[in-house]
Design a protein around this ligand. Structure first.
Ligand code: SAH
Length: 385
């Protein structure tokens, strides 16, 4: 879409906000899918949410597990080392992260991987990241550890083939979803249109249903066809495509992948989960595109199924609290606290709760592991599964 003539016209006329740019596109082409809205809101080269800023931490819009505590990345790092060793420790391999944010998770993974110097020596680090602002931030974080030995890519397709350990934390929730809704005339895709009450120079958006129900009925999963009228169902063809590609990689060469995100285990599910976060609070999803983080619950069953379709074996999902506990986060917290001041010990306790408490991140966040078929026996699955 971004390469079409229409967009080029738009860009030449240089609208000064994403809302105006999207409004022009809708005037010319008609209402757009929720997925197209989300993709532009997050990834438009000039106005996209991730493209210009560092959204993390207390001064930003949201916080992620690696930013809460080093313990998270350390345990992910031990998982990577253990998986690699159990794959037979293939010589040089690709250590890939999708959507690395500030680079904190990769830094903690590499630090923890010092337990097995062979892992560090053989790892070639690849970061899949579209945002120039965040690439800079990742470079700053990783330079002291890796020097210039990091390779960036826009897409997983661009990472060379070969043995792979891959991690992705809160990457899939940022990939576009599409929404369909059941009406008494069948399934219709939900689209984003201009609110007719808004001013042309300050466009607002609203949801509408497509006119003919043709894409809606194509997108709805078979298992949900008979859902009650009014039901909204989400599908993420983009997430499934990435998961399938991970599956293909793992089928072609030894490897394992760890997908961590928030979402539902028993998909496909019914419900509208699209949400916008701005300064640590929910915001209206269609307001100020490009100014808020826009995410949706991840359908773990769909990710695992797509990866299996690509040729990988899948494990889980497991809840994050359970997984971190099995990997020893309580012991790690005690060890860190023993060397800490009383204030630091309190912070460690707070971070531990945030990561594993079912009422906080412990239950909503989940993990799926993907691996080369046969590399891990069902009786001896990847650590924590
Ligand atoms: N993993 C990090 C950051 C999560 S935020 C953490 O846990 O802190 C999502 C990350 O994915 C950001 O780095 C964002 O720029 C990147 N991203 C979002 N959509 C992407 C896409 N389509 N391709 C590549 N990177 C993307």
């Amino acid at each position: 879409m971004a390469g079409s003539d229409v967009m080029l016209e738009d860009e030449r006329a240089a609208p000064d906000s994403l809302a105006r740019l999207l409004a022009r596109r809708i005037v010319m082409d008609g209402p757009i899918s929720v997925g197209a809205f989300m993709a532009e809101a997050l990834g438009h080269p000039r106005f996209g949410y991730y493209m210009r800023r560092d959204p993390f931490g207390s001064g930003g819009d949201f916080t992620t597990a690696p930013e809460i505590s080093q313990m998270f990345g350390e345990l992910v790092g031990l998982w990577c080392v253990d998986s690699w060793a159990r794959l037979g420790g293939p010589g040089p391999f690709h250590l890939v992260e999708l959507g690395p944010g500030r680079g904190t998770l990769m830094a903690d993974v590499l630090r923890a991987a010092a337990v097995l110097p062979l892992f560090r020596d053989n790892a070639v680090v690849h970061l899949v990241e579209t945002s120039p602002a965040l690439r800079d931030r990742q470079r700053q974080t990783l330079q002291p550890i890796l020097g210039d030995a990091v390779q960036w890519h826009d897409r997983l397709e661009d990472v060379p083939d070969g043995p792979t350990i891959l991690i992705a934390n809160e990457f899939f929730d940022a990939l576009p979803i599409r929404q369909v809704q059941k009406t008494n005339h069948g399934w219709f895709e939900r689209l984003v249109d201009i609110d007719p009450d808004s001013r042309q120079d300050d466009p607002c958006f609203r949801f509408v249903l497509e006119a003919f129900g043709s894409s809606g009925s194509r997108l709805v999963p078979d298992a949900l066809r008979n859902a009650p009228d009014g039901s909204v169902v989400e599908v993420s063809p983009a997430s499934q495509a990435v998961a399938r590609l991970i599956g293909t990689r793992l089928a072609a060469a030894p490897g394992a992948a760890l997908v961590i995100d928030y979402g539902y285990a028993q998909g496909p599910a019914v419900g509208d989960t699209l949400q916008a976060m701005r300064r640590h609070a929910y915001a209206p999803v269609l307001e100020a595109p490009g100014e808020a983080d826009l995410t949706a619950h991840v359908d773990f069953a769909a990710i695992a199924a797509a990866a299996r379709d690509g040729g990988a074996q899948s494990f889980g999902p497991v809840e994050q609290g359970e997984w971190l506990t099995r990997l020893g986060i309580r012991q790690r917290a005690s060890a860190l606290s023993a060397k800490a001041s009383p204030t630091q010990a309190q912070d460690i306790r707070g971070a531990l709760d945030r990561l594993i408490d079912p009422a906080q991140m412990g239950r909503l966040f989940k993990l799926v592991a993907l691996a080369t078929p046969g590399a891990f026996a069902d009786a001896n699955p990847p650590a924590g599964f």
